[in-house]
Write a protein that binds this ligand. Sequence first.
Ligand code: PMP
Length: 307
Amino acid sequence: MSLFDENGKVWMNGRLIPWKDANIHIASHVIHYGSSVFEGLRAYAMPKGTAVFRLEAHMRRLYDSCKIFRMDVPYSEKEFSEAVLETTRANGLAACYIRPIIYRGYKALGVNPLPNPVDCAVLVWDWGKYLGDESIDQGVDVKVSSWWRLAPNTLPALAKAGANYMNSQLIKMEAKIDGYEEGIALNIRGHISEGSGENIFLVRNGDVWTPPLSSSVLPGITRDSVITLIRELGIRLVEETVPREMLYIADELFFTGTAAEITPVRSVDRVAIGSGRRGPVTKRIQDEFFGILSGVKEDQHHWLTYI
Ligand code: PMP
């Protein structure tokens, strides 16, 4: 069964069009050279209607990615944000995953991207639990990847660029083929970076650790939200270089991401983490996070935008 609603609508360059018509030409620059930047957001079914989580932060990161890659977007951040809301509304799903994408289109096929148009699209689909239905409670088994994360000054890790996901794909394929749900990549210095599509946090002696942005990680919006919640709970947050072996001796470990939300990790390289199941600190943070996303807790930070 397809995840996609083929009767749905896609927003492309300013217009909502039928899903089946949302095509691009094979000569588009993006297909040959990976020249795209994108976002992934979630809309949640709240008691008062559908709401998008952290729209402003995601759009800021999208426009940051464009700036890094010198893409002049033909829409203002506000106009593109409105397109995200409009597409979500038009598809009528109570909850969904939202994918805005900006890419170099069809004109010239040299490596130089600048002669090509900057095209924009937004699509949505229904996406359940990214790392498996039981992952949020039960946790997942992961490995340390033999592939490293992007080295500084090669592909910029702070940009959410399509091309970065060739590295993520190597990490993910290796993990899946070896019988794990996900891989954790080290950076070129051998320190912990992140999963193929998630940031990572670990709990040790009651403190929560996460690698800094200089460890080749995407500046995750869920990471940022979780850091805020951790501080509000009065837990000490340590944002410092994390050596690989701290994974094995952590009391608790969890991933964060829009798709993965907050997913506990129960083993790394077949070494059980803590008790081998979701720990109490992870549960506390999940309760805060999912509390806001279900309307049980107040949205104090104005993280939700109703469509
Ligand atoms: N790292 C990578 C490589 C990712 O692809 C993602 C998912 N966008 C994340 C971290 C988590 O980011 P966010 O919380 O903004 O979804």
